[in-house]
Design a protein around this ligand. Sequence first.
Ligand code: MV4
Length: 447
Amino acid sequence: MIKKVLIANRGEIAVRVLRACKDLGIQTVAIHSTADADAMHVRLADESVCVGPPQPRESYLNIPAVISAACISGADAIHPGFGFLSENSTFSHMVEEHGLIFIGPKADHIAMMGDKITAKKTFSSLGLQIVPGSDGSVSNINKALKIADEMGYPVLIKAAGGGGGRGMKVANSRLDFAEAYETARREAGISFGNDQVYLEKYLANPRHIEFQIIADKFGNAIHLGERDCSLQKRNQKVWEEALSSVLTPQFRDDFGRKIARAVGELGYCGVGTLEFLYENERLYFIEMNTRIQVEHPITEVITGIDIVREQILIAGGRRLSISQDDVKFRGHAIECRINAENSETFMPSAGTVTNYHCPGGPGVRVDSALYDGCKVPPYYDSLIAKLIVHANDREQCLASLRRALREYVIDGIDTLIPLHLKLANNPDVIAGNFDIHFLERVYKGNT
Ligand code: MV4
């Protein structure tokens, strides 16, 4: 059983993991940069270690500093949260090399899913439908052009080492394929140290649907339903919902069990999310994330399952405490990401929170590390809070969300709250009529 966890992250996810540890009676060690010395996760942890200056590569991404902090504090496990080192297979391997438990999947599975070509081949062989495209990487422009011609345009060129929208180029016709292909390869080599690219048929107006899975070390794998993450801006999710409004209960159960079987056959252990594009009533697998995701709370509130708690227990060698038949979905949940960004321009907005008031009431949850007078530093991701609302159905959820957004006070910096109020009052959003391009199409002024 894990007794002390070092949380290798900051902000709201560090507070979230810390809370799960405290509920389990597990000691907590926070790490922080010099910019986060007064941050909430540092205040709430049992112990804290400064790992370096503000820049992520000098602190939260500094593997020797993070592992040293775990060793000197006597932690027996490290939770990476999301972002930072959470999908770094070298880090995961080094943690285990130092006799510590990495609270996440095996390093091999992190590496496997980090290569988007291998991930697609793996799940295609396990029976999932993938987006039509090249069979693996295309390293020769002439072969690539031939495949693109056969597929028909538009074609998407994706980096094998990419993901999350990074390293993607669209070729709308044969005429602009060569430039898109060469640019994608060059940028992939620079960004990921891997210039392998692959081709996919470009799906014009899909929804982004992802399934949550959890698997233990004994081959038990279950799904916790899906989330619709289509409301995105420049590949950054801003609003997520569970469940989606496009899957029927029967389809969800059949498809979810199929995914869970695939994950179990893989020998995967931990939490994970399988990402799909939904178009013409079909789900096409695109990639798998091997970390806890920002949007996990909406799945927690509709299932009543504490995903982070299960993740920690599984890492400590416990069996899953729930079976697939135990998983029931109640009501509807929406998460609004409260980023420190201007709602019109999406420009980052760092500074001091001069006045802070959290919404509350039935079905309202706020995951945040904010407090009156806290500093929002400019060095890190702009996510500063998540407003999660849960109600009996989507209509009531939207009503409570509007109320909660109006109650939410964060003075001193810009936030996305005004944008979320627009979305919560938008007729197409209210009707559930949106795809991955909706936000940019309707709020193009915010590009
Ligand atoms: C696609 C696609 C259309 N067709 N693949 C972006 C992030 C990564 N999860 C995969 N992404 C996409 N892959 C094909 N074949 C459109 C996107 C995409 C997207 C997907 C989900 C949510 C938001 C998105 C924003 C832009 C592009």
